[in-house]
Design a protein around this ligand. Structure first.
Ligand code: RFL
Ligand code: PHB
Length: 390
């Protein structure tokens, strides 16, 4: 089979790009290792920035998102027994974020791909890019005992952090920058009314916590846990008790608990691979970079990669103009590093580091005190949280 663009990975990055390109008459195929049900069972991002939402609308996938997603003009930070608010709308010049789950984003993208008859292959085993440094790259995968070959002009590696794409770039052509944090987030999804209409990020001496939501009847909560903890160590009751301990007392009394419908631990990591292109292979999303979830940048940064790639590919096919593709890595990375800085800063501000010295604790407290005493600091936070321009 031959297509113009072969996309490895059917997560939000791969699906969004294939949908956008399809609408421009560019032929794509998406090869996804897992089943559709498996991809839709992952509970991940909850906060979408304005630019991501716009791209979903351009991809004709924004209808349910606009109907069911909640616009949030601010969020809260609990610290030292008080609840302080960041006014995103005021300090970002009228912007906001949309609370709409990644699971729903992915479902909407799959449905849009179905409607257009897009080619999405699930359970594609042993996906392998070949000849990526040549002008005639191709991809193979296994379906049962058959090996299938896809010839293409370009390969997009949108197969997440553990995918095959980044690994197929020679080691000496890639620089990797990484920070692994000494803790994880234990997340619980419950069919309960959220504790507060807006998100609450919590800095507490027992560790970070986050009160988020998917809707007014579906809550998502997280607590910082040591990396040695296992999900099985945490009963629902133990989770709720620990969350309450980390909230200011007047907020904790509002918590409505219930059985967890999902519970998982995610380790925290910052990671960037450079460059994001090697020959005919372009990396996008988690395949090229990982953000600690604190600043809600992961999916949103994947969307900016897709934006640059989409325009680069359209310019190539429609105008024979390769500037967008040639500049892709540089442009994408410039924005990625700013989002890395922001999510690193939010992580440092809010978490308890097991090996932190007393001097660093005082600096962390001062960072918080400065934030809520300075409009400039709140403006900077708001500008980054709603998303820098593409
Ligand atoms: P994904 O979602 O990992 O999708 C990659 C897909 O590729 C498939 N795959 C392969 N397919 C074929 N061959 C192979 N060899 C393959 N290897 C892998 C996988 O099965 C998968 O379907 O990457 P993508 O599309 O780049 O999307 C990135 C986002 O998923 C990620 O950045 C966000 O979830 C991060 N994130 C958040 N981002 C935000 O912008 N806002 C948030 O509020 C937010 N909260 C979060 C988060 C991530 C979290 N976890 C669990 C890490 C909260 C959490 C807890
Ligand atoms: C979530 O709702 O899952 C969520 C929200 C904000 C974050 C991270 C995760 O910063």
């Amino acid at each position: 089979m031959r297509v113009q663009v072969c996309i490895i990975g059917g997560g939000p990055s791969g699906l969004l790009l294939s949908q956008l390109l399809h609408l421009q008459g560019i032929d794509t195929i998406v090869l996804e290792r897992a089943s559709r049900d498996h991809v839709l069972s992952r509970i991940r991002a909850g906060v979408l920035e304005h630019g991501f939402a716009e791209l979903m609308r351009e991809a004709q996938c924004g209808e349910r998102m606009d109907r069911e997603g909640e616009i949030h003009h601010g969020f809260n930070i609990a610290h030292d027994g008080v609840l302080d608010r960041i006014d995103l709308y005021k300090y970002s010049g009228g912007n906001s974020v949309l609370v709409y789950g990644q699971t729903e984003v992915t479902r909407d993208l799959y449905e849009a791909r179905d409607r257009l008859g897009g080619k999405v292959v699930h359970n594609a085993a042993d996906v392998q890019p070949h000849d990526i440094a040549s002008g005639q790259p191709f991809v193979t995968y296994r379906s049962g005992d058959q090996t299938i070959r896809i010839d293409c002009d370009y390969i997009i590696g949108a197969d997440g952090f553990h995918g095959v794409s980044r690994k197929s770039i020679p080691k000496d052509k890639l620089s990797e920058y990484e920070r692994v944090y000494p803790f994880g987030w234990l997340g619980v999804l419950s069919r309960t009314k959220p504790i507060n209409p807006e998100l609450i990020y919590v800095k507490h001496e027992r560790g970070f916590a986050l009160c988020s939501m998917r809707s007014q009847v579906l809550s998502r909560y997280y607590i910082q846990v040591p990396l040695s903890d296992k999900v099985e160590d945490w009963s629902d009751d133990a989770f709720w008790d620990e969350l309450k301990r980390r909230l200011p007392p007047h907020v904790a009394t509002e918590l409505i608990t219930g059985p967890s419908i999902e519970k998982s631990i995610a380790p925290l990591r910052s990671y960037v691979a450079e460059p994001m292109r090697y020959g005919r292979l372009f990396l996008a999303g988690d395949a090229a970079h990982i953000f600690p979830p604190t600043g809600a940048r992961g999916l949103n940064s994947a969307a900016s990669d897709i934006y640059y790639l989409y325009h680069g590919l359209v310019d190539h096919y429609k105008k024979s103009d390769d500037k967008g593709l040639d500049d892709y890595s540089q442009r994408a990375l410039a924005r990625i590093w700013k989002a890395q800085r922001f999510s690193w800063w939010m992580t440092m501000l809010l978490h308890r580091f097991p090996d932190r010295i007393a001097y660093e604790d005082r600096l962390q407290d001062t960072d918080m005190a400065y934030l809520f005493s300075s409009e400039a600091a709140q403006r900077s936070l708001a500008e980054n949280y709603v998303g820098l321009p593409f």
